[in-house]
Design a protein around this ligand. Structure first.
Ligand code: LMR
Length: 341
């Protein structure tokens, strides 16, 4: 095995040498390849953001950088991709902010606190300000550089029974991402949380391994989860977004001019994603409605208030894990008052 590998390398070297001998012209610069792996479909805010970044990066570097986008968990799934980034098997990811706990950066789970953000406006006060920047810096000791926050949107809940009041969750097995804050959220609703990779969520719902789930409409629709759920509640009870991250060693070794060009492309891709995310989710919810498989119900103000009462204690219950300071920084940035319902 070893010998044939050496033989192959030698043969390749000879072919290469022969090619060089025939082409005295200056050797072409090798392109820099960025493998960008992610778990959602192409037609989601993240999927489109990745494609847009690829386009800008390749155009602006005149092809010196090639971005290979691998959507839909085709390369790595949840639970694999962060390690693969650290090992350098891929260079760029955009995991959901709910998935950084296993890496040891629990502060990111602050974004999972129920009812913390009243809309994208509130959220951008954090992700586009000093609090967001400080959070990204926490990734450096893990060998990861954080480049940007990308939006997805506000979550709906789904199951095979109507979910109008907290009591409706009692005993349901609910699929969640790996965040302990989401685990607490489901427990406070009386449900049984179960961490499942996105790539396995559809099947888990279809076979009854879990009864329900939460996600922004764009993921619900593109993963076809609405086909195996009878009821969807538009609750907007929490946010799902991403940190775009790169392997730090790879990023800092890039020629400065290339890095700066890519930073510019990332800035513009971020503006793009954060502009289209809301529409993507509105369209996806409309598509779920039109598909007619799941009944879509929007919570009344009174029902939403009951959800708030049931879920605001999560802020206190998870403060020790996330860090009180991080939570309070966000309260200050958005004007959120935990005593006000
Ligand atoms: C999920 O697992 O539900 C989401 O994190 C998927 C994603 O990346 O939007």
């Amino acid at each position: 095995m070893k010998r044939s590998a050496i033989g192959f390398a030698f043969a390749a070297l000879m072919v290469g040498t022969a090619a060089l001998a025939q082409e005295p012209a200056a050797p072409a610069r090798e392109s820099i390849v960025i493998k960008f792996s992610h778990v959602t479909a192409k037609n989601t805010p993240k999927g489109e953001g990745a494609e847009y970044f690829k386009k800008l990066a390749e155009e602006r570097t005149g092809g010196r950088v090639r971005v290979e986008v691998y959507p839909n968990s085709i390369l790595y799934k949840d639970g694999e991709e962060l390690e693969m980034l650290q090992l350098g098997a891929v260079q760029m990811l955009a995991p959901s902010l709910a998935k950084f706990g296993p890496l040891g950066v629990k502060e990111f789970e602050v974004f999972d606190l129920p009812f913390l953000f009243d809309g994208y406006g509130d959220l951008h006060k954090v992700t586009e300000g000093p609090v967001g920047l400080a959070l990204l810096k926490k990734l450096e000791p893990k060998g990861i550089t954080g480049l940007a926050f990308w939006d997805n949107g506000f979550k709906v809940m789904s199951a095979n029974r109507p979910l109008r009041l907290p009591a409706d969750f009692k005993g349901l097995k609910m699929r969640i991402q790996s965040s302990k804050v989401l685990d607490q959220e489901m427990r406070d609703l009386g449900a049984l949380p179960q961490v499942t990779a996105l790539s396995e969520a559809y099947q888990a719902l279809q076979t009854g391994v879990v009864d329900g789930t939460e996600n922004p409409p764009s993921n619900l629709y593109t993963q076809r989860m609405h086909e195996v759920q009878k009821f969807v509640s538009v609750s907007n009870h929490g946010y799902l977004g991403y940190a775009v991250i790169v392997n730090r060693k790879f990023w800092s070794a890039l020629p400065a001019v290339v890095r700066m060009t890519l930073e510019g492309a990332m800035r513009d891709a971020t503006v793009y994603v954060n502009q289209v995310a809301k529409k993507e989710n509105d369209d996806a919810l409309e598509a779920v409605r039109k598909a007619g498989r799941a009944q879509v119900y929007t919570l009344s103000a009174e029902e939403r208030l009951e959800w708030k009462k049931a879920l605001l204690p999560v802020h206190r219950e998870q403060a020790a894990r996330i860090g009180r300071e991080t939570i309070e920084d966000i309260y200050r940035a958005t004007g959120f008052d935990p005593r006000r319902l």
